[in-house]
Design a protein around this ligand. Structure first.
Ligand code: ASP
Length: 348
């Protein structure tokens, strides 16, 4: 079995969903959702977190060849998953408290209205692809832990040690410096412990036919409690696609995103007419109002990071963060790292 799936394969796998269900360009009607009228993108667009320049470049190339939107997005983020020098995603990702790498990923395919996800997956370098297999071949949406691993192995994914020398070193230093009362002798730190390093890649794609997909993949919060699952594999938090409206996804403090179903909320704001950038900003405002006081500073500003990236069916795109930052975008012609919209100026 190949993990390259043609558009025909997708439609075939999605029994009951036929090309006849596609919507008339210009008038888009969600199932059970309010009617929306949108222009349809005439370009191939990909938007990703700031670490996703290679991902959007790859996705742009594949979309130009007519590759399906979900395949394009996943091929993009896979570059990061397989890169041993990237300590935020897939192979070489930072491990949990016990030194075990546990990966989360989810994806959605707009045309077939399908979703797939894996949580706390161990030993497999490309959780985004395993999530796609859940989407394609099961009646379920999320598989976790041992079950997710066995599922992946059944399709021929290889079990491998996901720790690299660098990620192990990083974890050992963290363990050694945990606190004054632990039994480990302190060693010099090579990186600050607060804020804890995190990382994720999200990629959202719309093609020139107005078809949309999204994917998010992560090793999650570094040194997390074993079994902790963040927002990335949660449909509607880590990413969300509605083929009538657009797609959105997130990186940053997962727990704060889960509290507002941030990717879903962003897409719903676009449904009501907001641009992707305004929708992402609105979601961040909601996150602030939903935050416990301990997570905010004395001026009510978040002590954590969270970002949203979005594309609309019309091909508009944008991103928002609490503080000035950058994201990655392919605008139909070239890939770049534009500035995000943001809520707060950084203290100088
Ligand atoms: N969102 C990820 C999580 O909470 C982490 C990150 O993006 O930094 O698992």
């Amino acid at each position: 079995m190949t993990d390259k799936l043609s558009r025909r394969g997708f439609l075939g796998a999605a029994s009951g969903i036929t090309a006849g269900a596609m919507l008339v360009p210009g008038i888009s009607r969600g199932i059970g959702a309010p009617a929306v009228h949108v222009r349809q993108s005439s370009k191939n667009i990909a938007v990703a977190s700031g670490n996703g320049l290679r991902a959007v470049t790859k996705a742009g190339e594949l979309l130009a060849q007519g590759v399906d939107t979900l395949d394009a997005a996943i091929e993009g983020v896979k570059i990061q998953e397989l890169d041993p020098n990237d300590m935020s995603v897939g192979y070489g990702g930072r491990p949990n408290e016990h030194g075990v790498v546990q990966l989360d990923a989810s994806c959605m395919h707009g045309p077939t209205r399908r979703a797939g996800a894996v949580g706390a997956l161990e030993g497999i370098k490309t959780p985004s692809v395993v999530a796609k297999y859940v989407l394609l071949y099961t009646n379920h949406i999320m598989l976790v832990g041992e079950g997710a691993k066995k599922f992946a192995l059944s399709y021929g994914f290889k079990e491998e040690d996901l720790m690299t020398e660098r990620s192990r070193e990083s974890w050992l230093r963290w363990r050694a410096n945990r606190g004054p009362d632990d039994d480990w002798i302190d060693v010099e730190r090579d990186e600050p412990m607060v804020p804890r390093p995190t990382g994720t890649i999200n990629c959202n794609v719309v093609n020139a036919n107005g078809d949309i997909s999204s994917v998010t993949t992560t090793s999650g919060l570094a040194w997390k409690i074993p079994g902790r699952v963040g927002d990335s594999p949660i449909i509607g938090a880590g990413q969300y696609t509605d083929n009538d409206v657009g797609a959105a996804g997130s990186t940053g403090r997962g727990e704060s995103n889960i509290m507002v179903c941030g990717a879903f909320l962003t897409v719903e704001s676009m449904r009501r007419g907001h641009t992707p950038t305004d929708a992402a900003i609105e979601t961040l405002r909601r996150v602030v109002t939903a935050s416990e006081p301990r997570l905010l500073d004395e001026r009510g500003r978040p002590r954590f990071g969270l970002s949203f990236y979005a594309v609309s069916k019309a091909g508009e795109f944008g991103a928002a963060t609490f503080y000035p930052s950058r994201y990655a975008a392919f605008d139909g012609e070239e890939a770049s790292r534009p500035d995000t919209a943001y809520l707060y100026e950084r203290d100088s």
